[in-house]
Ligand binder design. Sequence first.
Ligand SMILES: Cc1ncc(COP(=O)(O)O)c(C=O)c1O
Length: 388
Amino acid sequence: MELSKKVLAVKPSVTLEIAAKAKAMKGQGIDVISLSAGEPDFDTPAFIKEAAIESLKKGNTKYTPVPGTLELRQAVCRKLKRDQGLEFAPDQIVVGCGAKHVIFNVLFALLNPGDEVLIPSPYWLSYPEMVTVLGGTSVFIPTDEKTNFKITPPALEKAITPRSKILILNSPSNPTGAVYTQEELLALCAVLRKHPQVLVLSDEIYEKLIFDGLKHVSIASLDPEIAKRTVIVNGHSKAYAMTGWRLGYAAIPEKTLAKAVESIQSHSTSNPVSFTQPGAVVALDQGDQEAGKMREVFQKRRDLFISLLKKSVPSFKPFKSNGAFYLFTDISGTGLSGFEVAKKLLDEVHVAVIPCEPFGSAQHIRMSYACSEKDIEAAVTRIASIFK
Ligand SMILES: Cc1ncc(COP(=O)(O)O)c(C=O)c1O
């Protein structure tokens, strides 16, 4: 059987692969500690589950409108007004089956062969794969620890060409956890204003997981000219521990683009799942207190993890970021690559971590602290038994 050229160009998601391998090892009775998770280890808050159960009991089991129910799109509009001060109408919102799905649809609606997508590196591994399958070209903007893994205005300016169509911003970032400040985003807006052909896709999925008293800022809330060409993507997965519910949304100022995204969705998945949508409404309207509790736990775990590594594994140098739930860790002191370190950890001491080659850095691994403090302590003890 001959597979399509498109699919042959795409690499499967390493994160999902490693998480699956760790799960399979666990299934064989091996005591694996998994630091590979890309999802909160908390359960979905009970009141959110109740809303979905109630909706199912009421017989809410049929197709809904393709971009999601009006009630859910209105709740998204309320959220954007409350949190970001942004005015959106329901016909500018498209809800899909997770933020991943929504990003794919937005890129599908925008990219022509040869269009360039600017991606700050390190990056979430799915962005370039999506760009490839959709015929675009990824242009990476390198960052390092000197700028806390954030792009600077000169670096952005240098990367822009007449073919640049989209800049993907992801704050807080997966895998680095870096969070852009208002000043940094304003400085990027000044560059973007000179290049009206560049749209911004602002992936704000980790918005609720920001530590150290910092606040999330959406680039769309800073500059009306840039707001007009910014698509905000967000969702329920990380904020409210709802990864399996498959809900995410895009807020799209340009109505023709919103219609195009809806049209693509209408020919693939149709609507997002019907009975989960009332759960999504109450999550957006009433979920922030629960999200805040999870955030506090994550911050405590981050601090514990960093202090344990510092004491016991000095060749692992974690970046102390202000967001998400990942420890982006420089392992160049071990003399091995990310893939080699990840393989050694899984094979020899049964600790699953994510190598960051597919995220744009061979000298880093990503360790998730979406796990218990006990697991963090045990994992560091195991890591310290083979790395100094
Ligand atoms: C940066 C980033 N964006 C988007 C997503 C997609 O989230 P979901 O499809 O679960 O809403 C993820 C999930 O890992 C992510 O890390």
